[in-house]
Design a protein around this ligand. Sequence first.
Ligand code: DAV
Length: 345
Amino acid sequence: MTEQVVNASNEWDPLQEVIVGVADHSCFPFEPRIVVENTVPARYWDEHRPHNPFPEEIVAKACEQLDNFAKVLTDLGITVRRPKVVDFSSLETPGYTASMVRDAITVAQDRIIEAPYSWRSRNHESLAYEDLFKHYEAQGAKVYRRPPPPADVDALLGPGERHREYVINDNRPAFDAADFIRLDKTIIGQLSNTTNRSGVKHLEKCLEGTGIEVVLVESLDSHAFHIDATITPLREGLLIYNPTYITVEELQKVERLKGWKFIPAPFPKPREYPPFFMSSAWLIMNILVIDPKRAIIEAEDDHLADLLLEHGITPIRVPFQYVHSLGGSFHCTTVDIRRDHSTSA
Ligand code: DAV
């Protein structure tokens, strides 16, 4: 039997092939003010103007750190592929980045699913991924490209049904792939400021025939967007969680997590520079698990390193603080293409 090139259904089996994002020409995503105010830190709201690139020094260092991260993975024997560089600052419609690939794409078994993003600044992001989609299609993967965005760019913001206080309504399917975490036949997801109920239904449609079920948990955070600074599975039976974003009781409701051990993440150290333009310091949790015994973490996150060691996991420390400035860490900037599931239960 020939091996499938695309086959990744959880977050911890041995990683064999991965996409690592590119940061060149990244810009502050320009979105309506109400969207900005519901998702990113207040001190940088005014930076979200059309065609406003992140500071040059930060982008240059983020590019270096991403290249170094890609090399670390290659040296571990993992195949690394990168998106195409797109100049997001010169597109007619303001764009954001191709560094946060986890928001854009998820993989389930042999399927690659592109998110029907809620942000209009991501409407042209597929330009960076199309060559990869074609490459993997030619290798036998099924690719579910995003449905075309509706002509009415404000469709998600006007009157309509909303979940809690979240900014988007349910008028068209919307999700970011980073609102979902994969645990084999269960995907844990959340409704958020980027994911609505129709978006979850759209994902379920893309998963038809896989036997994978989507289970939603409720975030404590009114600014929720993306679940990958909320729960981080480390291996079968063990996860770290962010006590400010989710309760243990909420996790205990998930059948797939019966018998799991939940460890609270250490509180992150505050930092002034490089700035967290797009997120909180909880990106500490946004690690990439290489296999059940090793994980890539930010070079300075000593408390997390100690915690992983206590649980038999070797931390591989990689500098990544300039990438944080663009909105994510190791999990956000990667898409697992293939993990070796042959040894898992
Ligand atoms: O804590 O700001 C980070 C989400 C990363 N995409 C936070 C969530």
